[in-house]
Design a protein around this ligand. Structure first.
Ligand SMILES: CC(C)(COP(=O)(O)OP(=O)(O)OC[C@H]1O[C@@H](n2cnc3c(N)ncnc32)[C@H](O)[C@@H]1OP(=O)(O)O)[C@@H](O)C(=O)NCCC(=O)NCCS
Length: 337
């Protein structure tokens, strides 16, 4: 028997040529237990396969009572072809369905950001128009818009992108999201996380929860429990230009409004509103009396805890002091239910 690394059964939307546009997997599984894996192994080959209603129904019948059985029963009753993805290892992504499975695993909190092999994801995610009628191939959009108008309807195009918004696939428990268009599928939002309108969370990135996110979490960045990203703050990504260090922010940190970081931070760090620390920024280390001890590049402080960064408004110097204050997140802001 081949052991499964991940498995999902779901629906694929296709363009007029049968090319996949997206996949929806209601209940993906990672590292299934041996009983479930035996059932999967008996019915599904490795890779991406088309599944007919009969095969899906047989799988649902074999499953023990539970959420997966109910979902598979529903899928078996769909009047659309079903897609199964079964991976035996976390290999490079080789198809659109595999890309979607991995994005689902992240947003379902079954895998942490940076824990999955996402090599090949851009090559296998088509650029798609995301509309009120679902995904539409970009080349077919003019026809779709015209046909809708001819019927007196209006096709709203929310985005033209490789990644759809997460909430159309999964809303993890215990989160509050002010503007769903700001969270891409593949984002990881931990229990108790609030993302306000200026907040943005890319795929393979996230807030481990509970968090208040009013700034941008770039691809690969993770934010630890009880840390607060202030309005329009920025965490530097690694996808384009410059930064090569993958940024993480520890617990109980505050990145002030319009501030940003290009270095990872440990726990209980604060960056003053408006101050952007990049890896090469020269920072004066101050002792308890406010005397400069030495000047270092910020990258030398990467991962440190209990740091307070300010730009001294009297002399323009960027200073790092001991952070005496732990940031206590406003309980009311985090009462998300
Ligand atoms: C950096 C920050 C945390 C400091 O706040 P604080 O700890 O309350 O400090 P205070 O403003 O009381 O200042 C303490 C002292 O440092 C001085 N100080 C503070 N910021 C300074 C700066 N940039 N340059 C020079 N001195 C500064 C103050 O003048 C004060 O001096 P004093 O003791 O002689 O009166 C705060 O300015 C900040 O930027 N907070 C971010 C808030 C935020 O953006 N939240 C998210 C909202 S969406």
């Amino acid at each position: 028997m081949t052991t499964s690394f991940a498995f999902a059964l779901g629906l694929t939307a296709t363009d007029s040529r049968g090319q996949p546009l997206d996949c929806y997997f209601p209940l993906p599984t990672i590292n299934p237990d041996s009983a479930l894996d035996e059932l999967i192994d008996a019915r599904f080959g490795l890779g991406v396969t088309q599944v007919d209603a009969e095969a899906a129904a047989a799988f649902a019948t074999a499953l023990p009572t539970g959420a997966l059985k109910s979902v598979c029963e529903e899928l078996a009753g769909a009047d659309r072809p079903l897609t199964a993805v079964r991976l035996d290892s976390d290999a490079d992504i080789g198809s659109t369905a595999e890309a979607y499975l991995k994005l689902h695993l992240l947003s379902h909190r079954l895998a942490l950001p940076n824990s999955l092999n996402l090599n090949g994801i851009f090559a296998h995610l088509p650029n798609v128009a995301w509309t009120t009628s679902g995904p539409v191939a970009v080349a077919e959009l003019p026809d779709a818009v015209r046909r809708a108008r001819l019927k007196g309807a209006h096709l709203e195009v929310m985005a033209v992108d490789k990644f759809p918004k997460m909430t159309n696939y999964v809303v993890p428990s215990g989160v509050r999201i002010a503007d769903a268009s700001r969270i891409r599928l593949g984002a990881y939002l931990g229990e108790g996380t609030t993302v306000m309108h200026e907040g943005f969370v890319n795929f393979n990135a996230g807030a481990l929860g509970p968090n208040m996110v009013e700034g941008r979490i770039s691809q690969g960045v993770t934010v630890g429990a009880h840390s607060d990203l202030g309005g329009s703050s920025s965490t530097m990504g690694t996808l384009s230009g410059g930064g090569e260090i993958v940024i993480s922010i520890g617990e109980n940190c505050l990145i002030g409004a319009n501030a940003g970081t290009g270095i990872p931070l440990g726990d209980r760090c604060t960056i003053e509103a408006g101050l952007y620390i990049t890896a090469g920024t020269r920072v004066s280390l101050l002792d308890e009396l406010g005397t400069e001890v030495k000047v270092v590049k910020a990258r030398e402080l990467a991962g440190g805890s209990d740091m307070l960064f300010i730009r001294n408004s009297a002399n323009g110097r960027i200073e790092c002091r001991s952070n005496r204050r732990a940031i206590a997140l406003n309980e009311q802001l985090h009462a998300h239910n």
